[in-house]
Design a protein around this ligand. Structure first.
Ligand code: HEC
Ligand code: HEC
Ligand code: HEC
Length: 124
């Protein structure tokens, strides 16, 4: 059975730093969140979002994964001949009607330039 002094030492070595660490971590996480890129009111870039409705996947998931998702679907279509209509670039444009005010705005902000639009038409 653990002795009292041992528990006290454990408190000093482990529990205390953990608590102090949490005190630091919470505001840091909150600040970092303010830098996230999305269409919220006070964040940049300002994205033009569809007036209502939902994306083809949950928004947060889409924010992180749309690139892999689109490329995966391209591979399916080109290599296997399987087409998932809801996942095509053309379908994105039915809701996100302006590439300039949505896709490009975010890509410019993070410094990526997908080459897809050299071949795929997407309304400016
Ligand atoms: C049926 C309409 C619709 C289609 C089709 C659609 N979206 Fe969306 N998308 C939305 C809506 C509405 C939102 C905002 C949802 C919200 O505010 O939570 C959104 C949000 C997003 C976001 C996050 C934006 C932000 O605030 O950070 C990304 C990225 C995105 N869509 C990419 C795509 C891509 C890529 C496609 C094509 C594969 C696509 N969407 C197809 C309606 C659509
Ligand atoms: C919320 C910000 C945001 C929005 C809105 C957004 N993207 Fe992206 N997109 C990114 C980020 C960040 C990357 C780079 C990811 C990386 O480098 O791993 C990216 C990368 C991509 C890529 C992969 C590029 C490559 O060559 O690897 C494609 C394709 C893409 N986006 C398509 C779209 C389309 C189409 C739209 C509009 C319907 C859109 N994105 C809207 C943030 C966004
Ligand atoms: C050199 C020209 C070229 C480039 C660049 C290109 N594609 Fe394609 N893509 C094609 C062609 C050609 C097809 C087959 C078209 C068809 O069969 O209808 C295709 C098919 C697709 C499809 C399946 C069909 C559809 O619309 O759903 C997706 C998804 C797709 N590409 C996404 C992308 C993405 C994302 C990028 C950028 C990372 C990209 N493509 C870059 C030429 C290109």
């Amino acid at each position: 059975m653990a002795s009292y002094p041992f528990l006290f030492v454990r408190f000093l070595l482990f529990v205390l730093p953990l608590a102090v660490g949490l005190l630091w971590a919470v505001p840091t996480v909150a600040l970092a969140d303010g830098d996230h890129i999305h269409g919220g009111e006070s964040h940049h870039p300002q994205l033009e979002l569809p007036p209502g409705g939902k994306c083809v996947k949950p928004t947060e998931w889409m924010r992180r994964n749309h690139m892999d998702f689109l490329k995966e679907n391209r591979n399916l279509a080109v290599r296997e001949g399987i087409r998932v209509k809801s996942d095509s670039l053309k379908n994105c444009a039915t809701c996100h009607t302006s590439r300039e005010k949505f896709c490009d705005r975010c890509h410019t902000y993070v410094g990526v330039a997908p080459n897809c639009f050299e071949c795929h038409h997407y309304p400016k």
